[in-house]
Design a protein around this ligand. Structure first.
Ligand code: AKG
Length: 268
C-alpha cells in the first residue's frame, strides 16, 4: 500500500503547499510521549464515566444492527467543555499555528472530539467527508482537522485512511451508514485509500472535504484519538447563529444527509 509523505512539526509554508496538493499531512511527532501521556490522563475520566459527558457521548458505530459486546466507536463531543486543560498543551498552539499557515490567519478552534475504539471494537468508521455533516449552504468551506494519536495506532487497531487529492473533488453523495445512529457513509473504490499508521503523539491534518475512514480495532489495546477542528472565525459565528455548535443534543433526525443539520435542534 502506498505511503503518504511524512513531515515534521512545526507546519510551515512548504507543508501548506503539500496540503493544497494532497489535502492531508502526516506528522509523526507533533507532541512528545510525556505530553501524550498527560493528555491520556486528562481525558480518561471522560471515558471511564467519572466525568459525566451526558449526550455528548455516543456510539458512532450504532449503525450496526447486532448488539455490541463493547461500545463500538466512542465519540465524545466538545471535550474542552469538560476538561479545559486539553487546550493548554503545546499541541493546541502548534495545531492552531498549522491551521493558520495552511488555511489562513482567520482560522480558530471550532470543535474538539474524542474518538476511542475499545479493545475488540472492530467496527470501522465508514468512509466519509466531514463536509457531508455540515450545514449545506455554509459559504466558506475552509476547514482543517487535526487527529492526534494518543497511543501507537496501526492498521489492526484502527488507523485513519485517506484518499489523497480527494479534497479537490466535489463532495460525494452520502447516505446513512445504517438505520440507527448518525454516521454517514459514501462509496470509495478498493485501492483508493491509503492507511496512515501513527506513533503516539503523531497526528494527521486533513481538509474538510478529504475522503477518510478508520479501521476497526481488532487488537487487545485501546485506540484513542483527540481531534481538533479549525475553521474561520466568521464561519464559526455563522454556524452558531444557526444553532450549530457540534454538540449532540439531537444526535439524529429524519432528514436526508446534507440537509439534516437544518432540522431544528440538530446541533451536531
Ligand atoms: O477516529 C475515527 O475513527 C474517525 C475520525 C474522523 O472521522 C475524523 O476525525 O474526522
Amino acid at each position: 500500500m502506498a505511503l503518504l509523505e511524512r513531515t515534521t512539526a512545526p507546519v510551515g509554508e512548504h507543508h501548506a503547499q503539500q496540503f493544497a496538493r494532497d489535502g492531508v499531512l502526516v506528522v509523526d511527532d507533533l507532541i512528545s510521549r510525556d505530553e501524550t501521556a498527560r493528555l491520556r490522563e486528562l481525558v480518561e475520566p471522560l471515558y471511564d464515566g467519572t466525568v459525566d459527558t451526558g449526550q455528548q457521548r455516543m456510539d458512532l458505530g450504532d449503525f450496526e444492527d447486532e448488539a455490541p459486546a463493547v461500545e463500538r466507536i466512542t465519540q465524545i463531543m466538545q471535550v474542552h467543555d469538560f476538561v479545559p486543560e486539553v487546550l493548554e498543551g503545546r499541541y493546541a498552539v502548534l495545531a492552531l499555528a498549522a491551521a493558520r499557515t495552511i488555511l489562513g490567519e482567520d482560522m480558530e478552534l471550532d470543535m474538539t472530539m474524542l474518538m476511542d475504539k475499545l479493545p475488540g471494537a472492530a467496527t470501522p468508521t465508514p468512509w466519509h467527508q466531514d463536509q457531508a455533516y455540515w450545514l449545506p449552504d455554509i459559504p466558506d468551506r475552509r476547514s482543517l482537522s487535526v487527529w492526534l494519536a494518543l497511543e501507537n495506532v496501526t492498521v489492526e487497531s484502527g488507523c485513519m485512511a485517506f484518499v489523497p487529492g480527494s479534497h479537490t473533488e466535489p463532495t460525494r453523495p452520502h447516505t446513512w451508514a445504517g438505520s440507527n445512529g448518525q454516521a454517514l457513509t459514501t462509496e470509495v473504490a478498493a485501492g483508493e485509500g491509503v492507511a496512515v499508521p501513527l506513533p503516539e503523539g503523531g497526528a494527521t491534518f486533513h481538509h474538510g472535504n478529504m475522503l477518510h475512514s478508520a479501521g476497526g480495532n481488532t487488537t487487545d489495546g485501546r485506540r484513542r484519538a483527540l481531534v481538533l477542528n479549525y475553521r474561520s472565525a466568521a464561519m464559526i459565528a455563522w454556524e452558531r447563529e444557526r444553532g450549530y455548535d457540534h454538540r449532540s443534543e439531537n444526535a439524529r433526525n429524519e432528514g436526508e444527509p446534507l440537509t439534516r443539520a437544518l432540522h431544528p435542534g440538530n446541533k451536531r
